[in-house]
Design a protein around this ligand. Sequence first.
Ligand SMILES: [Ca+2]
Ligand SMILES: [Ca+2]
Ligand SMILES: [Ca+2]
Ligand SMILES: [Ca+2]
Length: 279
Amino acid sequence: MLVVYAEGLVSWGGLSMRMRSMPSKTFLAVVISFLCVPTLELSFVLPVHGALIEWKVSEGGNGHFYEAVLAPSTINWQTARDDAISKGGDLASIASSAENEFVFSLIDSVEYWAFTGAHNYGPWIGGYQIDNTSEPAGNWAWTDGTPWGYTSWAVSQPDNFGAAEHNAHYFVPANARDDTWNDWNGTGLLIKGYVLETLTANSNGDFDGDGDTDGFDFLEWQRGESPDPLSQSDLNDWEANYGAVASLTVAAAAVPEPATVPLLVTALALACLLRVPTA
Ligand SMILES: [Ca+2]
Ligand SMILES: [Ca+2]
Ligand SMILES: [Ca+2]
Ligand SMILES: [Ca+2]
């Protein structure tokens, strides 16, 4: 039976370790590696999120970061926007053909699209109508405040079909993928995701984008998958936002589900490792 006490004392099957007083990082690393084995296996069956990718100034970009976000099933426009804001950004705004091309490159993959037999429906972006007094093409705006100017509407769009289409998404009126848009009602029918745009790299330590900051995110950092690969600043972000150690001790005392035990121990061990004073 696993018991996790405050102050980092771990007891498992009679073996007790006071993590803060362990003599070397090496020994801890061995323990962590052992404990990580089931965790690593689990990581391969979790949903895969798109990575946060910088449109680099050196490559003609604006230095913003973008993520192609895939919903578990379908997602409506408002939920997509709320999710984007919760991640510190907004729905992507497209200010130029170059930005459109870059954003499209992130979603040019079959999993982001839904083909109906005539039309191919891609992810939401931040285009919406402030009001509907000038349909179908008037009074459009970007949620993040970028001035409305450049557009890439598909042929015959926007059409305000059914007098109910006021939100923008990638769309092709054929069995193909392209960087063209449609106005669509915001209900989310057929829409499988959205594109996030943010001014800065994710700094909350949630490197795998699953909504929490845990041991999986440390493994992302270790694999060089954080925004600034293997940087001390990203590691600091992870540690500062980890914040789950205290609640983990409560969760463990309340008898965790068997599948959570390796993760709890791994997370605690990782947190302790990062706090071992250097010689
Ligand atoms: Ca933009
Ligand atoms: Ca409309
Ligand atoms: Ca339309
Ligand atoms: Ca995470």
